[in-house]
Design a protein. Structure first.
Length: 335
C-alpha cells in the first residue's frame, strides 16, 4: 500500500526522492546525511543515502539512454516534419563541453582522470535578461555522459529533439573547436549554424601572444587585439597572415597552433554577421554548467568515482540543475 521498495532499503517513493535529492545536492553523502537530519528530523545514514542516490540515478540514466537510443535509431520519426514557413520563430542552442573527473579506474596512460561530457540545450524563446544584461535560461536541459562520444551524442540529440529541434527556425551549435565536437555536430545537426565560442577563440589568441611576446606586455596585447579585431570584422585572411608559421611539434605544451586552429574553424567565426542576426556567440552557459553540475559535487578534494556511481550522481545533478526534478519523481512513481 505504501509502495515500499522491497529490495534492500524499505522507503516510500516520496522518501527516496527526497533522499536522492539530498545525496546529489550536498558536497558529500556524509554532508547530505547531516543536512537531511537537520531539515527533516530523520536520521538516515550516509551509506543509505549513497545507496538510494545511486539507485535512483541509475534508473534516471537508464530511462534517458532508452529514449536516446530510440531517437537515434529513428530520427525521421523523432524530428517533427515542419515546413520552414510553419516553423516557430526562435533559435535552439546546443552546446557541449567536458570536465575531467578523478576515477578509481586507470587508463593505459596510467591516469585515473576521465572526461565527463556535459551537454546543454535551450531555446532563446525562454531566455530573460536581468538588469545589467545577464541572461537567465528559464527552460533548459543538461545531459551528462561518463564515456565516449557515441553514447553522449545520443543523449544530446534526444535532448535537442525534445527542446524543439526541427520545429524552430534556427539551430545554433556551439563549442570550443575540438575535433570530436565538430564531427558530432556535422553528423547530428547538418542544417545547424555552427559557432566557435568567441571567448575560447580570444583565449587561444592571447595564449599564442604570450608565446610570441613572453616579456613584452604592450606588444603582446597590441598583437592579440589586432588579430581579434580582424576576426571580428570578418578579415580572417588578414588575421591568418599576421600569425607566424609554427610547427606544432615545436610549440610548448599548452600553446595552440593558432594558424591551424583558426583555419579549421574559419566557417564558424562569422561573428559580425552572427551579431547582426542577434545570435549568441559565447558558450559560457555550458562552461558555467560544468562548474555547477559536475565540478561542485564531483571534484571535491580526495574524491574518486567509479564510472557507474559517477554517472548516477551526474544524471541526478543534471535533472536538478535543469529544474526537472519532477521527472525523477515520476520515474520513482511518486504520487
Amino acid at each position: 500500500m505504501l509502495g515500499l521498495d522491497e529490495v534492500g532499503h524499505k522507503t516510500t517513493p516520496e522518501m527516496a526522492a527526497k533522499i536522492a535529492y539530498a545525496g546529489q545536492m550536498a558536497p558529500s553523502f556524509e554532508a547530505a546525511a547531516r543536512g537531511f537530519e537537520y531539515l527533516s528530523g530523520l536520521k538516515v545514514s550516509a551509506f543509505l543515502i549513497r545507496q538510494i542516490t545511486e539507485e535512483t540515478g541509475q534508473k534516471v540514466h537508464a530511462q534517458q539512454m532508452e529514449a536516446a537510443e530510440t531517437a537515434m535509431a529513428q530520427p525521421e520519426e523523432a524530428i517533427p516534419l515542419v515546413p520552414p514557413h510553419q516553423q516557430k520563430p526562435g533559435a535552439l542552442y546546443v552546446m557541449a563541453d567536458g570536465s575531467q573527473v578523478n576515477t578509481r579506474e586507470q587508463g593505459q596512460d596510467g591516469s585515473s582522470w576521465k572526461e565527463m561530457k556535459l551537454g546543454l540545450v535551450y531555446s532563446d524563446v525562454h531566455v530573460l535578461t536581468r538588469r545589467g544584461g545577464r541572461p537567465v535560461l528559464m527552460d533548459k536541459e543538461y545531459v551528462t555522459y561518463f564515456g565516449g562520444v557515441e553514447g553522449f551524442k545520443k543523449l544530446l540529440f534526444c535532448a535537442a529533439v525534445q527542446g524543439g529541434y526541427g520545429s524552430l527556425q534556427k539551430t545554433i551549435v556551439m563549442g570550443d573547436g575540438a575535433h570530436w565536437l565538430r564531427n558530432m555536430y556535422d553528423e547530428l545537426f547538418p542544417d545547424a549554424i555552427q559557432v566557435l565560442d568567441y571567448y575560447h577563440m580570444c583565449e587561444n589568441v592571447y595564449t599564442y601572444a604570450r608565446y610570441l611576446y613572453p616579456t613584452d606586455d604592450a606588444r603582446r596585447k597590441d598583437w592579440a587585439e589586432s588579430v581579434i579585431t580582424r576576426i571580428d570584422e570578418g578579415d580572417l585572411d588578414e588575421a591568418l597572415a599576421s600569425i607566424p608559421a609554427a610547427y606544432a611539434a615545436r610549440l610548448p605544451a599548452g600553446v595552440p597552433n593558432l594558424r591551424t586552429y583558426l583555419s579549421n574553424n574559419r566557417d564558424r567565426m562569422n561573428y559580425k554577421a552572427l551579431r547582426q542576426q542577434g545570435i549568441n556567440i559565447g558558450s559560457g552557459a555550458v562552461e558555467s554548467g560544468n562548474k555547477k553540475v559536475i565540478q561542485q559535487r564531483m571534484k571535491q578534494s580526495g574524491m574518486r568515482w567509479n564510472i557507474k556511481s559517477g554517472q548516477s550522481v551526474a544524471s541526478l545533478r543534471a535533472k536538478s540543475a535543469s529544474g526537472r526534478w519532477e521527472e525523477v519523481e515520476c520515474i520513482l512513481h511518486v504520487a
